[in-house]
Design a protein around this ligand. Structure first.
Ligand SMILES: [Zn+2]
Ligand SMILES: [Zn+2]
Length: 83
């Protein structure tokens, strides 16, 4: 089951569990659409894997299986990490 992390690991932006513009790698490193396109070019800077759109969990299941509230953030952001 996905954690559904609450923020972009690059810029720290809040990402709603039902946001359709949230991107994850196979380890569930989580990024917003802006960072994915403009900064990361579709690659996870942590593992080098490709980023896929995060599926949206239906609202009624979010009550039973809530999204994570644990923020994971890169200390120095992502700029330059894929140079
Ligand atoms: Zn971001
Ligand atoms: Zn990754």
């Amino acid at each position: 089951m996905l954690e559904l992390r609450p923020n972009c690991e690059c810029c720290g932006r809040e990402l709603a569990a039902d946001s359709a513009d949230t991107w994850i790698c196979s380890f569930e490193c989580t990024y917003c659409g802006d960072c994915r396109t403009r900064v990361l070019a579709g690659r996870c800077p942590n593992c080098g894997g490709d980023l896929q759109r995060r599926p949206v969990r239906p609202a009624k299941l979010l009550e039973k299986y809530p999204a994570s509230t644990v923020r994971v953030e890169r200390k120095d952001g992502c700029a330059g990490s894929h140079a």
